[in-house]
Design a protein around this ligand. Structure first.
Ligand code: FPP
Length: 255
């Protein structure tokens, strides 16, 4: 996979790539499927959870980079509704990593003026990660910078069904009329209520699928795939994705 020139001189690549970004045309909303932690660990004969731990280190790096670039919304897929099918020790490991991440990085998120928002049903999380998440939402609630959406116990199909149920309740109570239902109104019943749809969806690790992520919101997102495994994903990869995005001609169905 192309990773820019002068691989031996990261500072040079960093500076060079960043200078290629058109700051007047940044994507407002970037979504990332953080994939490849397991394969990263396997390649090194390490347990899968060490791959997730390494992936966690990339989270803070990418969040900080995105927020400093001026990205308004960053959405990270951390745990899907389907991930409950994984072995218990991996699930426990992921929950512990989430707790560790918040304990270690909350103040850094706060100082970066990041506001945390969760996509998904966190009532189903074990109490310790749930309480940490609630604490982090509360700590960052008055921040005015980038919104960091973490998708936790999130599934795109579940989200749509949840939205339909909420709409039916509002129709039942006479709050809205069935005739008023349109795509914009429906988007207000999703976890991303009030947010613009992702402009750019990034999936590292070489997989070319959506995996039940933001199914409604990605109707016109630009996709950027890369072979890099998430624990190897650097800010240069983020810059490259943005530069590539800026070369695209988005028509939204028009000509
Ligand atoms: C997919 O890789 C990744 C996950 C299911 C978990 C993502 C979690 C993190 C990056 C860690 C912490 C996140 C936060 C927000 C603190 P995989 O395990 O499916 O990789 P594989 O396809 O190579 O097996």
């Amino acid at each position: 996979m192309l990773r820019g020139i002068n691989m031996g001189d990261n500072k040079y690549i960093d500076k060079d790539l960043k200078s290629q970004i058109d700051f007047a045309r940044l994507p407002k909303h970037i979504a990332i499927i953080m994939d490849g932690n397991g394969r990263w660990a396997k390649k090194r004969f390490l347990p899968r959870n060490l791959g997730h731990q390494e992936g966690m280190k990339r989270v803070i790096e990418i969040v900080e980079t995105a927020s400093q670039l001026g990205i308004e919304y960053l959405t990270l897929y951390a745990f899907s509704t389907e991930n409950w099918k994984r072995p218990k020790d991996e699930i426990d490991g992921l929950m512990n990593i989430l707790v560790l991440f918040i304990r270690r990085e909350l103040e850094r998120l706060y100082k970066n003026n990041v506001r945390l928002h969760i996509l998904g049903d966190i009532s189903k999380l074990p109490s310790m990660p749930r309480n940490e998440v609630i604490k982090a939402i509360d700590r960052t609630k008055s921040n005015s910078g980038m919104i960091l959406n973490i998708a936790l116990n999130y599934g795109g199909r579940d989200e749509i069904i949840f939205g339909i149920k909420e709409i039916l309740k509002d129709i039942d109570m006479g709050k809205i009329d069935i005739g008023d239902l349109n795509p914009e109104l429906f988007s207000n019943y999703l976890y991303t209520k009030g947010q613009p749809d992702p402009d750019l969806l990034i999936r590292p690790s070489g997989e070319l699928r959506i995996s039940n992520f933001l199914l409604y919101q990605i109707a016109y997102s630009e996709f950027w795939f890369s072979d890099i495994l998430w624990p190897d994903f650097t800010r240069d990869d983020l810059y490259m994705a943005i530069i590539d995005y800026q070369k695209r001609n988005r028509r939204f169905g028009g000509i």
